[in-house]
Design a binder for this molecule. Structure first.
Ligand code: Z57
Length: 830
């Protein structure tokens, strides 16, 4: 809007900017320019980091014209757009992705070579922005990629944590966390805009006053404020010239706030206050699916959603915009309950700041939000104590109470004075402490509520929110998750990508259902040979990465059996451990000849939340079992356990394409969807999995013959619980299981010390919330089938090809299409 007052006369200032010429020469010139003028060094005296930064700046330069143009157009067209609100974006490295999107990979490679630089060495220097914990954050990253690739007007909003997910190291097999100072060597992909900072209030009190018309209104008088500074990131679509924006907020102390204290003469106190404010975006909370209810976390949540809503209202709407038309312009998608405080914030803005009537504001708000639930675990459903929320956001608490009162009145009208039902549906819970159920608030406020896989959405409706489903017919829907084929096939698996293009032509990268065309090739021995060679090459590449990164050696000719995901009891890494210990115990006891065992390398990747004691013990156990198994000569090198530390997106991109077997072994009804499962299937790994989350859909698509199903179904799990589950009965009646557990209990993996893993053992025997023992026999049986199947390499490869061919459904482009059709109704943009 400022630009209209600029009186530019120079022709270059009026003409649209264009990027540098798309040629090797053009790239070299721009690169050297950046090296000299941005880094301030000559090529001959530049450091690798200088060269990496200059390369990143150069890629930016090519994207810039389109970015500026798309921002201008998005404002001009005033079409309906998506504001994706997410506390996490687990982006992974940016350089390769942006080169690919802008069709610059070859040009950049040649340009660097012409400067005497190996571009691969620069690639390795990028520290991935780990601004997320796991599946939820990675899903957000896949979604903004698809939104850009499909030219959907949209902005991702989130938090610019100074420290992302911790770096995991192992000391004596135990997890130690190190801070992830990802910004220290520079952050070439971000554009700070301190001039566009938003002021965010906290604390204080509310008051009533009479406005000019004598109407009594409420207002919030915050006790303190923080500045929210936006950092913009380019989100380029793949080969479509579109560049969307990811806007992450960083906290800075308000100068007004400092000044008061400075004036009081307390310099040290003023600096302390500054640190306090800046804590808000300091660190990503490392809990995945286990909220901690910490005050700073609520501050983070309100901080980023308030900044995002204000940013949208101020900068995306034309000056004369009629706010009653807001639902025609925007949908705020709530990625889990983390951003749900946006609901009372929008109400506060509309009612207190814009002077709108409550009912009108509520009608608008209910059309502007939609909520995605990512879990079924009761402990993962966020609640905030009324006490804390009222202290930090007093006006929001009043608004929530009024929303709840009106909602419960409507429930009464519909269902009568069924107090039990009223209590069950109340947004405010009374026990064990008076608190706000954020998932209920999101469900009441959202135009739509979706789960993330068919089974999950069904259980959400039937088990978690049945009263709401009855009260709001049509509100609940499903959008099965997906993953971006750009990062997880094209970039992570270039060998497979070339093979697919050779077979099917280009086009599949943005139309993944075309992979169906590979079904025919599964019957072609020549194609199978090429496909098998790609897998073998991916294994060699992984082996090299692990050797350099961690000093680990992957044995040749082994089946790669991979379990990578956050460490959580419901995901059942323990079941995997019991399988390994069972195989090992068989050999160690002499009952099984090592030569009869299918050579396998087990790869784990998993971070545990730092406060999750049992999860950390299981990590310790995996490392301990690995140390013993890998070193025991009786095993003859036929079993190998590798646990590279610090599993992240960058490592995922190397591990997944190399995998033969994908472990998706959660207790049925616990994993909302999973997205790793999809990445493996798209890389040709066969899945051994339970009937859980998106595994159900994967199996339906790839076919029973190409999937190793085991374990109880969700109804069977329910039934066993209802009957009274006693894990020790399974221990007593299954000798294989008993031998494995006894071996762990004996101290065989802890230098003879029986106490180290005693808590793990007794948890299994006497609690076992996730029914590891109940599914053990079925799992071992399925693993025997895996062994048998792997013995026929050619048949395995055929199944592997069919997994790829039939997994096109799991593109995040398809997920986004479903969001558009079922929830957003955003017309395609120009
Ligand atoms: C998270 O990564 C997920 C759910 C949560 O409630 C939180 Br908090 C973090 C995961 C689910 O566990 C996965 O099953 C799912 O695939 C992923 O979110 C994306 O939907």
């Amino acid at each position: 809007t400022d630009s209209t007052s600029l009186r530019a006369t120079h022709p270059l200032a009026i003409a649209p900017v264009t990027g540098p010429p798309s040629s090797v020469d053009g790239f070299v010139r721009e690169f050297l320019n950046n090296l000299n003028y941005e880094q301030g060094v000559a090529l001959s005296s530049s450091s690798p980091n200088d060269r990496y930064l200059a390369l990143a700046y150069t890629v930016r330069d090519y994207l810039m014209a389109r970015w500026l143009e798309d921002q201008r157009r998005q404002f001009e067209v005033q079409a309906k757009g998506v504001c994706y609100l997410s506390a996490e974006y687990l982006l992974g490295r940016q350089l390769d992705n942006n080169l690919l999107a802008a069709r610059l990979t070859d040009i950049a490679t040649e340009a660097m070579a012409a400067c005497g630089i190996d571009i691969d060495e620069l690639r390795q220097l990028e520290v991935e922005p780990g601004l997320g914990n796991g599946g939820l954050g990675r899903l957000a990253a896949c979604f903004i990629d698809s939104l850009a690739t499909m030219s959907v007007p949209s902005t991702g909003y989130g938090l610019r944590y100074e420290y992302g997910i911790f770096r995991q190291t192992f000391v004596d097999g135990e997890q130690i966390e190190q801070p992830d100072a990802w910004l220290t060597l520079g952050s070439p992909w971000e554009f700070p805009h301190p001039e566009a900072a938003q002021t965010i209030g906290f604390g204080g009190h509310t008051e009533k006053y009479n406005d000019d018309d004598g109407v009594t209104r409420s207002r919030w008088v915050p006790g303190w404020t923080v500045q929210a500074v936006p950092y913009n990131y380019m989100v380029p679509g793949y080969h479509n010239g579109r560049v969307n924006t990811l806007r992450l907020w960083s906290a800075v102390a308000s100068s007004a706030f400092d000044l008061r204290i400075f004036n009081a003469g307390d310099y040290a106190e003023a600096v302390r206050a500054q640190t306090f404010a800046e804590n808000i975006s300091k660190v990503l909370y490392p809990e995945d699916s286990t909220p901690q209810g910490k005050e700073l976390r609520l501050q983070q949540q309100y901080f980023f959603v308030a900044a995002s809503i204000h940013d949208f209202l101020e900068h995306s709407l034309s000056a004369d915009f009629d706010l009653t038309k807001l639902p025609e312009r925007v949908i705020f998608q709530l990625n889990d309950t983390h951003p749900v405080i946006a609901v009372p914030e929008l109400m506060r803005v509309l009612v207190d700041e814009k002077g709108m009537e409550w009912d009108a504001a509520w009608a608008i708000t209910q059309q502007c939000f939609a909520y995605t639930c990512h879990t079924l675990l009761p402990e993962a459903l966020e609640v905030w104590s009324v006490d804390l929320l009222g202290r930090l956001l007093p006006r929001h608490l009043e608004i929530i109470y009024r929303i709840n009162d009106e909602f419960l009145a409507a429930v009464r009208e519909r269902f009568g004075d069924d107090e039990m039902r009223i209590r069950n549906m109340s947004i405010i819970a009374d026990f064990p402490e008076r608190s706000v159920r954020m998932a209920f608030l999101a469900t009441v406020a959202g135009a739509k509520v979706n789960g993330v896989a068919e089974l999950h959405s069904q259980l959400l409706r039937e088990k978690v929110l049945p009263d709401f489903d009855e009260f709001y017919p049509g509100k609940f829907t499903n959008v099965t998750n997906g993953v971006t084929p750009r990062r997880f096939v094209r970039l992570a698996n270039p060998g497979l990508a070339s093979l697919i293009t050779e077979a099917l032509g280009a086009g599949w990268t943005v139309d993944l259902e075309r992979l169906r065309g590979l079904e025919a090739f599964a019957e072609d021995p020549e194609f199978r040979a090429k496909f098998a060679e790609v897998k073998a090459a991916n294994k060699r590449r992984l082996s090299e990465v692990l050797r350099v990164r961690d000093g680990l050696e992957v044995s040749d000719g082994h089946m790669l059996d991979v379990m990578v995901k956050r460490l959580h009891e419901y995901k059942r890494q323990m079941l995997k451990v019991l399988h390994i210990v069972t195989l090992y115990e068989g050999i160690a006891s002499g009952r099984v000849a090592a030569s009869d065992v299918q050579p396998r390398t087990f790869i784990f990747g998993a971070k545990a939340a730092p406060g999750y004691v049992m999860a950390k013990r299981i990590i310790h156990l995996i490392n301990a079992v690995g140390s013993v198994v890998n070193a025991d000569p009786r095993v003859e090198g036929r079993l190998q356990v590798l646990f590279p530390p610090n599993y992240n997106v960058t490592l995922a991109e190397r591990v997944i394409p190399a995998a033969d077997l994908s472990e998706q072994i959660s207790l049925a009804g616990k994993e909302a969807s999973g997205t790793g499962n999809m990445k493996f299937a798209l890389s040709g790994a066969l899945t051994i999995g339970t009937d859980d989350g998106a595994n159900v859909e994967i199996r339906q698509l790839v076919g029973d013959d190409n999937f190793f199903l085991f374990g109880m179904t969700e109804p069977e799990v329910e039934a066993l619980w209802a009957a009274g589950y006693k894990p020790s009965e399974f221990y007593q009646s299954d000798e294989g299981l008993r031998w494995a557990i006894d071996l762990i209990a004996s101290g065989a993996f802890s230098g003879g010390d029986r106490s180290t893993f005693e808590p793990v053992v007794s948890n299994l025997l006497y609690d076992d919330r996730f029914m590891v023992l109940a599914d053990y026999a079925s799992y071992i049986q399925a693993q025997a089938e895996v062994d048998a199947a792997y013995a026929d390499q050619d048949a395995w490869t055929r199944s592997s090809i069919l997994n790829v061919a039939r997994s096109g459904f799991f593109s995040s482009d398809r997920s986004i299409r479903d969001y558009i059709d079922r929830i957003w109704h955003t017309p395609p943009s120009l």
